[in-house]
Design a protein around this ligand. Structure first.
Ligand code: ATP
Length: 315
């Protein structure tokens, strides 16, 4: 049974198209990164998957059933984000008790231990917590529910570095302890990138990429060295960003053509290095030569991006 299927899914809000013709099938127990810049459509896709929104056109199916209005799908799905609010009258402990009643796999004891570890007192009110603490609590609750389809919308927003590091470990431990499909959205990966087996990138409401994280990452390289050597080495690839570094030197980020590789020729000063998943995804969704430096170097705006072939540059 397919866990989650978007088929020609469109979602419009009055005049805005949040998602356009999204066709994407996700299967199996794995941690999947749903990536995209601000406004790409990640939250909309997650809320459609959770059955909170009805698609304008096309369909969204979870566990083989329409996600919207399916009791079976909603009993097996949990969506968490920093915007999820709980009844004001309940304490944190009370919220965990209620969630344990709603979700059959909810590990109430573990949720309590995690809440203690992250200094979230059982008798506190959710609304009285700081933003980062609210999001920490929401993530604990979302993971302790152990739902077969777990949707975490920007789960590390607002957390300090130490909490982020701990919660990244919690996410991995939880996945190992109770394998499920965990979809994590974000525009800043904040250390989560090592967890992703698969990624889907949304860009301006459309699916830009869907593939294994390692294979995606391997398609991008950073090339730096003398300008002429950088030009020669990158001419057969899609140049995403190119900028001067030291005098006479340049650095470029390229996307390799299918089946192509790029090595620094022996005896040259050219350096070729891999990109992190975070940088590769930014490159894939950036697509303007020169990056922010171009704005400062060319105040007239006449020197428009040259790389119109890049998918991220399509209107
Ligand atoms: N309820 C709404 N009413 C009107 N427009 C909306 C609504 N929800 C989302 N949008 C629009 O749909 C588009 C996609 O928004 P969405 O929140 O899904 O993106 P996102 O990728 O999650 O962005 P971010 O990373 O900034 O949270 C945006 O242009 C947004 O303004």
């Amino acid at each position: 049974m397919k866990r989650l299927e978007f088929d020609g899914t469109e979602k419009r809000f009055l005049g805005t198209s949040a998602l356009r013709e999204l066709t994407l099938t996700l299967e199996g127990d794995k941690i999947i990164g749903l990536l995209g810049r601000n406004g790409a459509g990640k939250t909309t896709a997650m809320k459609l998957a959770a059955g909170f929104l009805r698609p304008t056109a096309g369909s969204v199916r979870a566990f083989g059933e329409p996600a919207f209005n399916s009791l079976f799908a909603s009993a097996n799905t949990i969506y968490m984000s920093e915007d999820v609010r709980f009844p004001y009258t309940l304490s944190l402990g009370g919220i965990l008790d209620e969630l344990a009643r709603a979700y059959p796999n909810f590990d109430r004891a573990l949720a309590g231990r995690l809440a203690d570890y992250f200094s979230l007192p059982s008798d506190s009110k959710h609304a009285a917590l700081s933003k980062g603490m609210q999001n920490t609590f929401n993530l604990i609750a979302g993971l302790a529910a152990r739902c077969p389809l777990t949707l975490l919308d920007e789960p590390l927003n607002g957390m300090d570095a130490a909490v982020r590091k701990d919660l990244t470990s919690v996410l991995l431990k939880e996945f190992i302890e109770a394998p499920r499909m965990i979809i994590v959205s974000g525009h800043q990966l904040q250390g989560l990138e090592e967890l992703f087996e698969e990624i889907a990138i949304l860009h301006k409401g459309r699916l830009l990429r869907h593939e294994e994280a390692d294979s995606f990452k391997g398609q991008f390289k950073k090339v730096s060295g003398p300008a002429s050597a950088v030009s020669a080495a990158t001419e057969r690839h899609t140049v995403i960003l190119r900028r001067p570094s030291l005098p006479g030197m340049e650095e470029a980020i390229v996307e390799l053509g299918p089946g192509m590789t790029l090595f620094a020729p022996a005896g040259t000063d050219l350096a070729v290095s891999a990109l992190s998943l975070n940088d590769a995804y930014i490159a894939a969704t950036g697509g303007t030569e020169g990056g922010i430096d171009r704005v400062y170097a060319d105040p007239s705006g006449e020197n428009k991006p040259q790389n119109r072939r890049h998918p991220a540059n399509r209107p």
